[in-house]
Design a protein around this ligand. Structure first.
Ligand code: TEU
Ligand code: CA
Length: 557
């Protein structure tokens, strides 16, 4: 398998609004980030993925961009951004930027022009359609953030498409001028010296030209007409030819609704598209038929089945990204482990072991390395996220009980991941000297970076050791993955094999001791375990993972 730096890297996602406030206005910013680069170096990550810092009215916290080549006032200046880049460089850390080009803000110049008149030169940069004869929207697609995906614009009496909020109009990628402009923006940032892009919902950019209704309901998810749409591969190949292939970058496409087979098309190197995708299947295992807010129990076999399928499916022909959490998802330890104080640290370590010993490039979301947990704010007033607030308002109006909605929000709201980084036990967890834009999780007195760094047995140091371990052992990057014990309901086990070395990884997802009978292991594994041969154990266990340095255990002689 071809060696690539981005396969060997560990990426750390910074959500700047919640990372560190440098000027006391309660909002994280670039000066704040700059002051914490030593922390990232100590953790040992190779790459920072910076969520959007561009000019934005912040309807969706920067994922609604009004100027792609300027910095959001609240975050600082271009000089501050350059200082961050230089600071990362000085520490040997690369930087990838978030590229949000499925849509812009409605305050972007292109859209302000586009909405003026049907013959404006920017009109066809977006997706405009007249309403149905009875005046309803052009089709019945729903928006991710609630309601119709179409907004009526009085100036010209037409509707524009917005798959996300009405302040995030979708760009028309079928227009070559749009694509050229996107390549120009990418070029602008590459000229500044960045090392790649995370591409927001990049598998939504090509819409079925006829924009047909999706089924008979009044509002339906229209995914089949734009998820992995008709020309998406053509556009990504063009982007690759024109821009990406001229550099040595890390590219990862965020792709809700991507299958293994589609992911092979996106990531097979000979096709010249992207290096890897963020797939969403593990993020869907705790949703019932009613969707995201229909919180349902998940099972280890379901999670394992998905991850194993992706491991085997991309083996030798694509590349996996590995993540359990990001700014859109609940905290991993609360969701896939346990945030009960008795289990929080050990289960965070278990999940860390999983995310660093599968084959793929691990992504760590800020605070994950501390075992930060979901916030269960008691009232809706504490929430800030547009998706959460829209859902709450809509459902309350249609008769749902506030209590039921809050319960779902506690489990699933994106704000769970957006509470401020917990730096220390001082006021506001050391995040700001002012009033934070969103509440700090009250558990910051126990869970914070300062405490974690002082405790050699902490989740933080466990992450640090795992990252270092991965650097020392190409097996963890390139080794072939083989699943084991796929019938077991509490154990997730697999081997990684590279050259003449094999490691056995055994993860106990239960709250108690779970013995393994060597008889369950295939003969070659059993034989090797009994011999001196180059075997190691990586053990993540609720009972034993807490014991310090032994991320990897050699079998006792
Ligand atoms: O998210 C795309 C997306 O569809 C989901 O991750 C979505 O936020 C989630 O499933 C809602 O339940 C990307 C960004 O990561 C997200 O922050 C933005 O809000 C969204 O695109 C629009 O730019
Ligand atoms: Ca600030």
């Amino acid at each position: 398998m071809a060696r690539r730096w981005w396969k060997e890297a560990v990426v750390y996602q910074v959500y700047p609004r919640s990372f560190m406030d440098g000027n006391g206005d309660g909002i994280g910013d670039l000066k704040g980030l700059l002051s914490k680069l030593d922390y990232l170096q100590e953790l040992g990550v190779d790459v920072v993925w910076l969520s959007p810092v561009y000019k934005s009215p912040n309807d969706d916290n920067g994922y609604d961009i009004s100027h792609y080549c300027e910095i959001m006032d609240e975050f600082g200046t271009m000089a501050d951004w350059e200082a961050v880049l230089a600071g990362l460089r000085a520490r040997g850390i690369k930087l990838i930027m978030d590229l949000v080009v499925n849509h812009t803000s409605d305050e972007h110049l292109w859209f302000r022009e586009s909405r003026r008149s049907p013959d404006n030169p920017y009109r066809h940069w977006y997706i405009w359609r007249p309403g149905k004869p009875d005046g309803r929207p052009p089709n019945n697609w729903s928006s991710v953030f609630g309601g119709s995906a179409w907004a009526y614009d009085g100036a010209t009496g037409e509707y524009y498409l917005h798959l996300f909020s009405r302040k995030q109009p979708d760009l028309n990628w079928d227009n070559p001028e749009v694509r050229e402009s996107v390549y120009g923006i990418m070029q602008f940032w590459l000229d500044k010296g960045i090392d790649g892009f995370r591409m927001d919902v990049i598998n939504f950019i090509s819409k079925h030209p006829e924009l047909p209704d999706a089924g008979d309901g009044e509002l339906e998810w229209g995914g089949r007409y734009f998820v992995n749409g008709p020309r998406v591969h053509e556009y990504l190949q063009e982007m690759n030819r024109r821009v990406l292939s001229r550099y040595d970058l890390l590219t990862v496409g965020e792709m809700p609704g991507v299958s293994v087979d589609e992911a092979k098309l996106y990531t097979s190197p000979e096709r010249g598209e992207l290096d890897m995708v963020f797939q969403f299947e593990p993020m869907e295992i705790d949703s019932g038929p009613g969707g995201k807010w229909d919180v349902a129990p998940w099972s280890l076999p379901a999670l394992r089945g998905i991850l194993n399928k992706w491991q085997l499916g991309l083996e030798g022909c694509g590349w996996n990204s590995l993540y359990l959490c990001n700014h859109d998802q609940p905290r991993a330890v609360s969701r896939f482990g346990s945030d009960d104080p008795a289990y929080r640290a050990v289960s965070a370590k278990l999940l860390a072991t999983l995310n660093h010993t599968l084959q793929g490039t691990p992504f760590i979301y800020q605070g994950e390395e501390l075992g930060m947990t979901n916030a269960a704010f008691p009232g809706i007033d504490s929430y800030r996220d547009i998706e959460t607030l829209n859902m709450y308002r809509e459902r309350l109006a249609s008769g749902w009980e506030a209590e039921v909605l809050l319960k779902a929000i506690h489990a699933k709201s994106r704000d769970n991941a957006r509470t401020p980084m917990q730096w220390n036990g001082d006021a506001n967890a050391g995040f700001t000297t002012g009033t934070p834009w969103i509440g700090v999780n009250p558990n910051y007195r126990e869970i914070n970076a300062q405490a974690a760094m002082a405790d050699p047995d902490s989740v933080f140091h466990y992450y640090r050791r795992l990252i270092a371990l991965r650097k020392r052992h190409p097996l963890l990057v390139y080794g072939r993955f083989s699943p084991l014990l796929e019938w077991h309901d509490r154990i997730y086990a697999y081997t990684r094999r590279h050259e003449d070395e094999t490691w056995l990884i055994v993860l106990n997802f239960s709250g108690g001791e779970t013995p393994i009978d060597p008889e369950w292991l295939p003969e070659p594994v059993r034989a090797a375990l009994g011999s001196e041969g180059g075997w190691s154990w990586a053990i993540g266990n609720y009972e034993s993972a807490g014991s310090g340095d032994d991320v990897v255990r050699r079998p006792s002689p």
